[in-house]
Design a protein around this ligand. Structure first.
Ligand code: PMP
Length: 362
């Protein structure tokens, strides 16, 4: 069997050792005579798995003691509702400010508008979200319950290189498409959330890292399975969770530790992205979509100078086992999503193909 290099935005490829270990343990986990998918979320075996995720996440991401790690249903978009439900009522004004860096931030703001006064603090929509807009956190009114950003913009290939210092106003970040790809100071954030399906495991579940003092402010009509305090009080087991996703995440975290942790991964991700950006910048045939100062190292967006060649580019790439390079329709062009599990060889294969295609296409 030949594996493809999956450049899709997510669900994304997982490390081969992770897939192999899951395969080896699928029928018989630790000599139980049953697979993880078949056993209780209250079994001691599953307890160990979820505990190990807590420990490894805390160690890998440097999560301080006064934060809780939650495993929440519904993936990333469910947190667009859960964040305002849990936090916007912290102040009577029910106000929150969103920095719009792409459609995920816009969607999150619109969702929050159902629960309070969700304000747009800055937006780069006028340039089709090709950059992070200027934003002065000093402009935030003190009665904001929180300020909200999308740290890496999956569709547009941009990221916040430096995070705004919002002082006493909790900063909430959707880190779905970059969590554990770069080193972070978690203490600068009130809440970080991420869907698992890019750097952490299967889709449908999100991790939420929340500062403890932000628990317990949920609006009275919050469904209990969206109330972060219910998750915190029950070790995320108020109901039957997605045990298999948590198990897969435990394998991904083990792999990340074996590889040397987040700093090693960050250096590797920088180098992977640079390979592709160099190929784009070194040729008139390709052009980058995102502003060079705001480029992501997880999602590399570009186009062909002659856009009519794009479909052929994507189709021929597939013949080289380079899968899902078509960009999102909101941006057009091509996109290479190169999360932690994408090996440097995959990026090199893409660059080799880009050069070959340029030669044959001109
Ligand atoms: N936020 C970001 C930054 C994303 O990239 C995505 C998915 N691509 C989402 C939110 C939505 O995730 P989900 O499909 O898990 O709701």
């Amino acid at each position: 069997m030949t594996r493809i290099y999956n450049f899709g935005a997510g669900p994304a490829m997982l490390p081969i050792p992770v897939m192999e270990k899951a395969q080896a343990e699928f029928l018989d986990y630790h000599n139980m005579g049953a697979g993880v998918i078949e056993i209780s979320h209250r079994s001691k075996e599953f307890d160990q798995i979820i505990d190990s995720c807590d420990t490894m996440l805390a160690e890998l991401a440097g999560i301080p003691e006064n934060y809780k790690i939650l495993y929440v249903h519904g993936g990333a978009q469910m947190q667009f509702s859960a964040v305002p439900l849990n936090l916007i009522g912290r102040n009577e004004s029910r106000k929150a400010t969103y920095i719009e860096t792409g459609n995920w931030a816009v969607k999150a703001r619109k969702e929050a508008a159902g629960y309070g006064n969700a304000i747009t603090g800055a937006s780069s929509e006028a340039s089709n979200f090709d950059r992070i807009p200027d934003f002065d956190p000093a402009s935030l009114e003190a009665d904001n319950s929180y300020a909200y950003i999308t740290s890496n913009n999956t569709l547009y290939g941009t990221r916040w290189h430096q995070f705004p210092d919002t002082g006493d106003i909790p900063l909430v970040a959707d880190m779905t498409s970059e969590f554990l790809s770069r080193e972070l100071d978690i203490s600068k954030f009130g809440i970080i959330f991420a869907g698992l399906q890019k750097n952490l495991g299967p889709a449908g579940l999100a991790i939420v890292i929340i500062r403890e003092d932000l628990l317990g402010h949920a609006l009275p009509f919050t469904p209990s399975l969206l109330d972060y305090k219910v998750y915190a009080d029950n070790h995320s087991l108020a109901n039957t969770t997605n045990t298999f996703a948590i198990y897969m995440m435990s394998l991904v975290l083990e792999w990340l530790k074996d590889e040397g942790g987040v700093s090693v991964m960050e250096a590797r991700n920088e180098a992977k992205a640079q390979l592709i950006y160099d190929a784009i910048d070194g040729s008139d045939f390709y052009r980058g979509t995102a502003h060079p100062n705001h480029r992501s190292i997880m999602n590399v967006t570009f186009n062909l100078a002659d856009e009519s060649l794009l479909d052929r580019f994507v189709d021929e790439a597939l013949e080289h086992k380079l899968y899902a390079l078509k960009g999102h329709r909101a941006v057009g062009g091509a996109r290479a999503s190169i999360y932690n599990a994408m090996p440097v060889e995959g990026c090199q294969a893409l660059v080799d193909f880009m050069r070959e295609f340029e030669r044959s296409g001109t």
